[in-house]
Design a protein around this ligand. Sequence first.
Ligand code: HEC
Ligand code: HEC
Length: 346
Amino acid sequence: MSKSLKLLLTAATLTALGTAASAQTYGLGREALPEEVAAWDIDIRPDGLGLPVGSGSVLDGEDVFLELCASCHGDFAEGAGRWPPLAGGHGSLASDDPLKTIGSYWPYLSTVWDYVHRAMPFGDAQSLSDDEVYAITAFLLYMNDIVLEDDFVLSNENFGDIVMPNADGFYMDDREESPLWGPREVCMTDCAESVEITMRANILDVTPDDAAAREAREGGGAEAVEEAATEEAAEDPNAIDMELAEAGEGLFRQCSSCHQVGDGAQNRTGPILTGIVGAPAGLVEGFRYSNPMQAAAEEGLVWTPEELHAFLENPRAYMRGTRMAFRGVADEADRNAIIEYLRSVE
Ligand code: HEC
Ligand code: HEC
């Protein structure tokens, strides 16, 4: 039973005692029925207390998810439109561009179970069976790479074995003691000797840096940039078209929640992509590829611009079962720009 409910009942009990003592009855209220208490008492604690007996598999979860959740949260839980993504963002919390999802951010799996059971699908809350909630939770674990086997079955028995990646990422509010927050003089006037601009908002993509990048971001613009630039590049077909690459850098933002490039790049949800154009597939060290990607790598797949176009246009249609949970880049000019950007970060 949740703490707040207990407090509420305690308050009610005290009122009842008070009333009895003064021998007055107001005729208000009655004791809650056990069924009523049970209907409210649905919270699941981090240690699993409150979980009903039940189970569900990743594959069953995928079916329910596609039917009831994907219209808002995307086929791969990557989020559709402005609806929240439920997968990805791992390792991004301390970056400039953190992506908080139930996988990257939530410390306890019990909250996922509870939230889905209590509140989803949006508009038809509490319509799912317990087994469906187990199955969906298993599917969400799989989409977050927290479980890696697609035949995984989640149940009330193995629930406690799952450790969420950000389980240690929370600590008690220390503002009272921490010197970082502690009391100090706050300057209100003439606080800095001089003011200099050290960073611009375009790192957040707020202020477009130039017309070309702005156009590219607004969509379709890469085409114009490309046209303008192909003339220059005509002499050496291998020369990198910097203007196009720059437009691609803006578009790469849709990849960067999963992929890093350049100095200090690390594998995240997806492998490092430095030098990927022209490189064999499936070879980034330390990255665990899906079975179909490993098979394609063994058959000698090389990421030529043509193959990249085909893959990026619709990853799942190109490679059934790929773990790249991304709907693709439909616009050819946008793909050109992204590939040019990837060429520029050799
Ligand atoms: C009609 C759109 C819609 C559908 C369908 C839907 N959701 Fe949601 N979902 C939302 C919205 C909106 C929120 C954010 C609610 C909020 O923040 O108050 C959300 C939030 C969530 C969250 C919490 C995400 C977070 O990081 O805070 C989870 C988990 C979730 N939904 C799971 C599901 C599951 C599982 C289903 C299918 C059974 C589902 N949703 C169906 C709209 C939808
Ligand atoms: C939601 C996370 C995600 C997003 C977004 C994403 N990818 Fe991926 N990407 C992956 C994963 C995971 C793999 C590994 C796929 C596999 O093993 O089946 C991958 C694989 C790749 C590969 C093959 C790498 C190799 O070593 O063979 C390329 C190329 C690639 N992604 C490019 C992109 C580009 C370009 C974008 C943006 C337009 C993008 N990805 C967006 C997750 C993502």
